[in-house]
Design a protein around this ligand. Structure first.
Ligand SMILES: *[C@@H]1O[C@H](CO)[C@@H](O)[C@H](O)[C@H]1NC(C)=O
Ligand SMILES: *[C@@H]1O[C@H](CO)[C@@H](O)[C@H](O)[C@H]1NC(C)=O
Ligand SMILES: *[C@@H]1O[C@H](CO)[C@@H](O)[C@H](O)[C@H]1NC(C)=O
Ligand SMILES: *[C@@H]1O[C@H](CO)[C@@H](O)[C@H](O)[C@H]1NC(C)=O
Ligand SMILES: *[C@@H]1O[C@H](CO)[C@@H](O)[C@H](O)[C@H]1NC(C)=O
Ligand SMILES: *[C@@H]1O[C@H](CO)[C@@H](O)[C@H](O)[C@H]1NC(C)=O
Ligand SMILES: *[C@@H]1O[C@H](CO)[C@@H](O)[C@H](O)[C@H]1NC(C)=O
Ligand SMILES: *[C@@H]1O[C@H](CO)[C@@H](O)[C@H](O)[C@H]1NC(C)=O
Length: 334
């Protein structure tokens, strides 16, 4: 099935003739996690979807935006201001990693007591570092957090985490990829120790829309078709990444060899994670604290998750696969 679909991918572009921009999508246009959206637009919409740099924040502020992608952290932050926000699908799950310098006397997590840890407060990375260190009893204040920047290519510049680790300006750092991998690569082999625990934290990078968009019949139909095609695109990301490395590389300026190293950290299987509401309920406490507001209940944040679009997209996909028998002609109607 997958091989057949991927073989058809280049062809689908030729068969798809949308009239105008179907959807406007907001995402941080420099993260690996967003690229399946771009691939979907290129392969099934003749690139007619419009991308704006942002995430869920613009989605709830600007009614010309239909979809937004972000980590669960930003979803909670924006849901607090606008309960119209809806999570409709998971694009990627990424168990973040923390890299430490053995030369700073670190070989286990508890050695991070009193150390300088690079991260970005109030983001998924800040939450990850806090959760990970809590597992060994280290609370905020038992270590120092230091701000820095991401990097996509060596040599990493001043104030980027990999460079700060190499210069000894931080003893460790925790953030998303590929910056983390570049930190590992910045020190001699064997001098780093890497910590990762999917059960403690993995980024849940989701696709979102709003209650209003989903209540608009015509718009909802477009979103369902888009999600159906995104599911197909993500199958390629998950099962045949070699087919997309070059395109991901071009989209986010990460070299193919570096992408290959970090690919296994990304899970593109999609769906809506079973424990999503539990994760949101817990993480809400952190976001509320960082944003100086009272945390909402698990029941309240649970209403952000809307699985109904996925049900419709899967039904559409099933129908398409039944009648298409792999010839791909029907895709042109999308
Ligand atoms: C894609 O869109 C461009 C611009 O509208 C158009 O010129 C081109 O023919 C389209 N290609 C296909 C394969 O539909
Ligand atoms: C990738 O690099 C090119 C050339 O330097 C630049 O124009 C583009 O904005 C970069 N894209 C991203 C997502 O950083
Ligand atoms: C929340 O977002 C929706 C959708 O963009 C918008 O219609 C609504 O006015 C927003 N509400 C607030 C309070 O900003
Ligand atoms: C809303 O988004 C559209 C599409 O990207 C953009 O053209 C417009 O300038 C935005 N409006 C505001 C007020 O930011
Ligand atoms: C939420 O709304 C308040 C009041 O309008 C504003 O001060 C705050 O910056 C907003 N928070 C976010 C995360 O957008
Ligand atoms: C994160 O926030 C804490 C508490 O507000 C502060 O002490 C710390 O310096 C901040 N760290 C970074 C990396 O900004
Ligand atoms: C980095 O910092 C060093 C010393 O602080 C300085 O000499 C160098 O010019 C900086 N490099 C860049 C690219 O800013
Ligand atoms: C929360 O309050 C602290 C201390 O009053 C302040 O430093 C910080 O900037 C505030 N954060 C936000 C997101 O408003």
């Amino acid at each position: 099935m997958m091989a057949r679909l991927s073989f058809l991918l280049p062809l689908l572009g030729l068969l798809t003739v949308p009239a105008a921009a179907v959807l406007t999508i907001s995402a941080a246009l420099n993260v690996i996690e967003y690229v399946p959206l771009l691939t979907t637009s290129e392969d099934y919409y003749n690139s007619s979807a419009i991308f704006v740099n942002g995430g869920v924040a613009p989605l709830v502020r600007n009614s010309s935006i239909d979809l937004g992608a972000n980590a669960e952290t930003q979803a909670l932050r924006n849901y607090a201001n606008n309960t119209s926000l809806r999570i409709i699908w998971n694009i990627a799950e990424v168990p973040y990693r923390l890299v430490a310098n053995r030369a700073a006397g670190i070989s286990s997590l508890s050695d991070l007591k009193g150390k300088r840890v690079g991260t970005i407060n109030g983001t998924s990375a800040g939450y990850f570092v806090e959760q990970l260190l809590k597992t060994v009893g280290l609370e905020y204040g038992d270590y120092q957090t230091i701000a820095g920047n991401i990097c996509h290519e060596a040599p990493c510049g001043n104030r980027t985490f990999p460079d700060m680790l190499a210069r000894g300006e931080v003893d460790a750092f925790g953030i998303w990829e590929p910056t983390l991998q570049l930190g590992i690569d910045a020190l001699p082999a064997g001098q780093t120790v890497v910590f990762q625990d999917r059960k403690v934290y993995r980024e849940i990078y989701n696709l979102h829309s709003t209650k209003e968009k989903l209540a608009d019949k015509k718009k909802r139909k477009e979103i369902v078709v888009f999600l159906k095609n995104l599911i197909k695109a993500q199958r390629v990301f998950e099962e045949e990444p070699e087919k997309v490395y070059a395109r991901v590389s071009a989209a986010v300026n990460v070299s193919v060899p570096l992408l290959e190293k970090v690919w296994r950290v990304h899970d593109w299987s999609g769906g809506i994670p079973e424990d999503l509401v539990d994760v949101l309920g817990e993480e809400e406490k952190y976001i509320a604290r960082v944003d100086n507001r009272t945390a909402s209940s698990r029941e309240h944040v649970a209403k952000m998750v809307d699985g109904s679009v996925l049900v419709e997209a899967l039904a559409l996909l099933k129908k398409e696969e039944r009648r298409g028998e792999g010839h791909g002609k029907e895709h042109g109607r999308d």
